[in-house]
Design a protein. Structure first.
Length: 180
């Protein structure tokens, strides 16, 4: 079974747990912190995968590290240690957050611009794309990219909406090449 399928199953189970206990938002916040901890500490992953460290020591360590985190999240991490699935923790968290967002009609994306967008500009983009994509809310992260020249490019999942000057110039160039 592929890791993506396994990650989705764990994410679905976490989503069900969070739904039943009405703690989805809390789980999202906690799992975001857990993912950040794993990303910033590569030694943590190495420790959890080390064959000479017993599962009991690994679980005890997780309990100490994530003391303020809800019991369901910590128990999920312990289960992943038991089943030797700690390598897919980030994938599980990504799948879980995507599941929560889909359930709430929320989409996440990235907006690339030549300068940092003001809050009003970003809000306007979020509102117009929410209507366009039939979502309740869109959360955009602004990334400054000087190669754009002007305009904005928005990435939503695998789809890119390119309204940049450099993108328009590229399309004109392709049309000229096709015409000759």
């Amino acid at each position: 079974m592929s890791e993506a399928v396994v990650a989705k199953r764990y994410a679905d189970a976490l989503f069900q747990l969070g739904s039943e206990s009405s703690q989805l938002d809390k789980f999202v916040d906690e799992l975001t912190v857990v993912k950040q901890v794993f990303q910033e500490n590569s030694d943590l992953q190495a420790f959890l995968m080390h064959p000479r460290v017993t599962n009991d020591k690994k679980k005890q360590f997780l309990e100490e590290v994530f003391k303020g985190v809800s019991k369901d999240v910590v128990n999920t991490l312990k289960l992943l240690v038991e089943r030797h699935r700690t390598a897919i923790i980030s994938d599980i968290i990504d799948q879980f957050i995507e599941h929560v967002n889909n359930a709430g009609g929320i989409a996440q994306g990235t907006v690339y611009s030549v300068r940092k967008l003001s809050d009003a500009e970003q809000k306007e983009l979020e509102n117009s794309f929410a209507k366009r994509l039939n979502k309740n809310t869109i959360k955009l992260v602004n990334v400054v990219d000087p190669s754009i020249v002007g305009g904005v490019k928005i990435r939503m999942g695998n789809t890119i909406y390119d309204g940049t000057i450099s993108g328009k110039l590229r399309r004109i160039e392709q049309n000229i090449k096709l015409g000759s």
